[in-house]
Design a protein around this ligand. Sequence first.
Ligand code: NZQ
Ligand code: ZN
Length: 385
Amino acid sequence: MQHMFEFCYHNPTQVHFGLDSFAKLSELIPRNAKVLMLYGAGSIKRNGIYEQITQILSGYQVVEFGGVEANPTLETLDRAVDIVRAQNLDFILAVGGGSVSDGAKFVASASLYEGDGWDIVSGKHVVEKALPVGVVLTLPATGSESNAGAVVTRAATHEKRVFYVQPARPRFAILNPQVMASLPDRQLENGLVDAFVHVCEQYLTYPVGALVQDGYGEAVMRALKTLADSFDQRRETGWTQNLMWAANQALCGIIGVGVPQDWATHRMAVELTALYGIDHARTLSILQPSLLRETIRAKGAKLEQMGRNVFGLSNPTAEATIAAIEALYRSVNMPLHLRDTDISDSGAVPRIMQALRNHGNSALGGHAELDEARTERIIRAACSL
Ligand code: NZQ
Ligand code: ZN
């Protein structure tokens, strides 16, 4: 019988889920903490979240740092690090989506590192200590609120890189579905599709007989498909609760233990954000179908299993499953090709290939044996005019 790999699993993030969960903050942050409250470009001020959180934290010493961008930059986060050091702050509270959560992990780590913060992002420095991090999530999508991953961009060089900082994994995540009321449809679509692709990256490889992980991955994907099919109910509590929990479970680590993973779509897609500023989830829907077609032989068995167990196809061929994935993305208005966005660049293919080469992602190998020629075929299929 096929068998899974050995693994260790420990996810220490406390999750507080529910409509009254903000109030937990005063139990979760130590009374004597000196808090840096990190947030984005201002949505929390418009939707009332800022007011609710600052009221709960009124007895605390809190220094605010707003202005963390979507796809946060090293340049901005370094300014937050300077404040933490200058004022001896010792707790980082993120109030935002994946960008603010990721930014908080960077700030928590870089504040205790003497060298250049980019060393952490590039992997040159392995983080062994970080300030404690907590997250009040305002946008369900990335799972960043209870994982150890983060993504930071160096604006000066257009480099967007993923890194892992175990010591900065959030101590707690507050998941209050009410925050979703102010999210534009575009962000709900993004969240649904980002979470779906997160499961795919941990599931769409080859079978190892991992009955629990496969079954749970399929359950999360079926839930996301149901949410796409019922998108007209997106303003109802049940819908928002399910997206918030599905997106968290998709990337808290549980689905991926002991099974082969393949993050090629994510690793290649960062270049589309770095070069063109396309939303993270939309870069995934642009690249993934082409990547799956190019690697259809290596991923065939799992694509067929997914066709049967997620989409309920009567004839679940690998190609029919890819078509069902595309239909799912289309149903929530995602682009399936670069030309479906407002970007028009006749030099896109060589530009993206060069960026992939520069960042060591043009021949990722892996179980689908991605070499440079296959990578270029994927980029051409997804991005040529
Ligand atoms: O900045 P503000 O004004 O707050 O506006 C944000 C931002 O413009 C807005 N928003 C957030 N919550 C809102 C809201 N607007 C109205 N109401 C609310 N409640 O939404 C916009 C997007 O926010 P962002 O945090 O950038 O989105 P998301 O959560 O999709 O995060 C994307 C970032 O996470 C990285 C991506 O690469 C990207 O940089 N990822 C992180 C991962 C991880 N740590 O595990 C995994 C993912 O694959 C992903 O790569
Ligand atoms: Zn993602």
